[in-house]
Design a protein around this ligand. Sequence first.
Ligand SMILES: Nc1nc2c(c(=O)[nH]1)N[C@H]1C(S)=C(S)[C@@H](COP(=O)(O)OP(=O)(O)OC[C@H]3O[C@@H](n4cnc5c(N)ncnc54)[C@H](O)[C@@H]3O)O[C@H]1N2
Ligand code: MOO
Ligand SMILES: [Mg+2]
Length: 421
Amino acid sequence: MPDPLPDPLGQAALAPITVEQHLAQILDAVEPLEPCQVPLLDALGLVVAAEVRSELDLPSFDNSAMDGYAVRYADVVTATAESPVHLPVLETIGAGSERSVVVEPGTAAKVMTGAPVPPGADVVVPYEWTDAGAEQVRVDRAPEPGQHVRPAGEDVARGDLLIEAGTELTARHLGLLAAVGRPTVGVRPRPRVVIISTGSELRDPGQPLAPDSIYDANSYLLAAAARDLGAQPYRVGLVPDEPEAFLASLRDQLGRADAVVTSGGVSMGDFDIVKAALRELGVWFGPVAMQPGKPQGFGLLEAAGGARVPIFCLPGNPVSSYLSFQLFVAPALRKMMGLPVADEARVTARLTHAVTSPPARRQFLRAAYDPETGSVSPVGGPGSHLVGYLAEADALIVVPEDATELAAGASVEVIPLEQHR
Ligand SMILES: Nc1nc2c(c(=O)[nH]1)N[C@H]1C(S)=C(S)[C@@H](COP(=O)(O)OP(=O)(O)OC[C@H]3O[C@@H](n4cnc5c(N)ncnc54)[C@H](O)[C@@H]3O)O[C@H]1N2
Ligand code: MOO
Ligand SMILES: [Mg+2]
């Protein structure tokens, strides 16, 4: 273990800032990532950087909506079962075949669904209205003018706006881009988020536990939360509470990071090395008036090449880390991705049990929310080490800074927790 580190700025002496102030300083500092072209499937959920217009008509040629016969409307307008029309069949055209015939008056061409409707024809008579003849066809029923022909440009015309800048791409958008022949799309990329868990007590899941060691929950919690948001997380090795080891890991990782998230080592303990090491590099550390998640750090680190990489130093207790991610890191990553910053649906619900809260701190209690009755119940206590209750909860109760207790039946603000999409 290294020598205990002093706490020269005395975090305890700093006045806490509000949740909003901390979020504002973060959002002021981070910028949307530079757009790049990515293959369509990699773009799902990402935001289009510049509007996309079509270079094609869709459909790009008149084609048949049915398996049947391409004919001239004027030739079949009188057709009925009692008085059918007979036409010679010139050719059979499948989807993907090149049309070579012209449907002259008094003739027909067999066409399959998706096949081009040959010149001259202006309507398609489906098999069901005919005798399905090969060389000659008997038409028993007249179609409407233009029926079963899908005209070129009906859906999209060349030059049409397909996707506005700022659109979050769905499967439907990607299908459209493919339909107009684009293999890639210009988007704000997934932020590469390097996640570093610090703590000499940490072991990787799957490894034996040494005496007094614990498994690293945070890097999985944070990486999964980052991935859920559309970012690309990188879990890097566990770092002991040694400044040199921490700074070496950081130096090693900074080049590939659009953001760095650390957990642990930001409070006032003798081995809280993250704060000690990064304060010298200009990273801000201070208390935020919330529970869990009071000690926070945020700053911009200069990577080789001059890029300024945001670093979020989250407290080590897993619930604190998770909540700090949702309140501060997630909005920043959303801004980097070009998404609207706020994604939180908040609701109001009735408390089933009384709760208490420390003065002058906004408390986020783990809870179970029942939308049917509009009620919300605390799950477990306020302790920020309670990962079991965190997993059990599906919502957070927000107890405002000016409340130290809320009675059963009180109306409270509730944040439903993210569900994996
Ligand atoms: N004297 C004071 N002590 C503490 C204060 C304070 O104001 N005065 N604040 C408390 C609060 S609030 C929090 S939150 C924690 C923040 O602690 P650190 O960020 O310094 O984190 P550590 O000390 O490294 O660890 C805290 C706790 O979390 C466990 N931990 C850490 N990393 C992981 C991980 N990856 N997976 C699972 N669990 C982890 C660690 O073992 C500790 O139990 O400080 C309080 N102290
Ligand atoms: O703020 Mo700490 O995160 O309460 O446990
Ligand atoms: Mg500590």
